[in-house]
Design a protein around this ligand. Structure first.
Ligand SMILES: Cc1ncc(COP(=O)(O)O)c(C=O)c1O
Length: 376
């Protein structure tokens, strides 16, 4: 890309073995979900996050739906999750007929705080859906203690956490079921795709069945339960295998990019930068997020419009679940306020931080951010 061109918020890196493995699918005719790359991807990805089983599916949203269904969560159950997340999390709970109970987020890490989760536990609570946000994991130790104390299931949404660890243990290794997304803005992409991982053979089998319309092995077209067709194709898995080979390199690229932004932006007036490090993890910068101080005379929408005029792509932060029109219409979250999420949803956005972003682009983006913050 030349100097003045628009800098996209994300571009994947596909210059490893992706083309070679894809060509193999076409050459061999294995393009459906029956092909060998699917198993390979499942085994290698699960091993990478220290789990016994991997079940590849069509995307991260459906991985969550299948996780909720596999754990038998349904009407009468409550699931605690953060309000600051993608709608897929709450949608999976609502579609299962259960009640989503949301908590606010921490103003620094943007992750769900343990004390708020503890305060939401009732006799109906069945699970905690832990969602790691933007590159830093949730503080897991106290949450896991809570789940043990109250006998709660843990669904860990590690969609944004490929290659991240919590106190040295891979993200994706903490849930009864943990889920991932392979959308192109993720460290490992398959175009569209997702994965459930677990150590429980029975749960894995259940996820496989739900993925495949709950066909019965012995009587194929007789169904005891309703599943979905969530099968990942061999072509997607081929991409996944190639991408996974480079995960360590990708994490290094992202960390370098995040440190570069922070170096360039530290001291800029009016913005909060991502937390680089906590005592349990170093940020992997799934995205490089910024939050405008209250003193700044414009909000994220305006900042994003100004950055677009300077050729810099951005995306807004998540819009909180308790403020979603679709859920309000259903009578959910009535009268609730979660001020941190409400604030960062209005004042937060993220800047070009995909794997394909060059150092020059980071420099240009950082300069544009400074100019916008300085009102130039
Ligand atoms: C935390 C989180 N969960 C779930 C998803 C959904 O994944 P997908 O886009 O693959 O459906 C995303 C997507 O970005 C996400 O960030």
């Amino acid at each position: 890309m030349s100097e003045g061109e628009f800098i996209p918020v994300n571009e994947p890196l596909l210059d490893g073995n992706e083309a070679k493995y894809l060509a193999e699918c076409i050459r061999t005719g294995w393009i459906s979900s029956e092909g060998p790359f699917v198993r390979q991807f499942e085994e290698r990805f699960a091993a990478r996050v220290g789990r016994k089983h991997g079940v590849a599916v069509v995307n991260g949203s459906m991985a969550l739906e299948a996780a909720v269904a596999a754990l038998g969560i349904g009407p009468g159950d409550e699931v605690i999750l953060p309000t600051f997340t993608i709608i897929s999390c709450a949608a999976a709970v609502v579609r299962a007929g259960a009640k989503p109970v949301v908590v606010d987020c921490d103003p620094r890490t943007w992750n769900m705080p343990t004390d708020q989760v503890a305060a939401c536990i009732t006799p109906r609570t069945k699970a905690i859906m832990v969602v790691h946000i933007f590159g830093l994991p949730v503080e897991m130790t106290p949450l896991l203690a809570l789940s043990r104390k109250f006998g709660l299931r843990v669904i860990e949404d590690a969609a944004e956490m490929h290659g991240q660890t919590y106190r040295g243990r891979p993200c994706g290794s903490f849930g009864d079921i943990s889920t991932f997304s392979f959308y192109p803005n993720k460290h490992v992409t398959t175009g569209e795709g997702g994965m459930l991982v677990t150590d429980d053979a029975k749960l894995a089998e259940r996820c496989r069945s739900l993925r495949n319309l709950c066909f019965k092995p012995e009587e194929r077209f007789v169904h005891e339960e309703l599943g979905w067709n969530l099968r990942m194709t061999n072509m997607q898995a081929a991409l996944g295998v190639a991408q996974l080979e480079r995960l360590d390199e990708f994490v290094t690229i992202k960390r370098r990019m995040g440190a570069r932004y922070t170096g360039l932006l530290t001291g800029t007036r009016g913005i909060q930068l991502p937390v680089a490090k906590t005592d349990y993890a170093d940020n992997i910068y799934w995205v490089y997020g910024l939050v405008l101080d209250d003193a700044m005379p414009f909000d994220a929408k305006e900042a994003m419009a100004r950055l677009a005029r300077l050729g810099v792509g951005t995306r807004p932060f998540f819009w909180p679940m308790h403020e979603q029109p679709v859920f309000k219409r259903m009578g959910l979250f009535a009268g609730q306020s979660h001020p941190v999420a409400e604030r960062i949803a209005r004042r937060g956005f993220y800047v070009p931080s995909g794997l394909g972003v060059t150092d020059k682009q980071v420099q240009r983006s950082a300069q544009a951010i400074k100019d916008v913050c300085n009102g130039l």
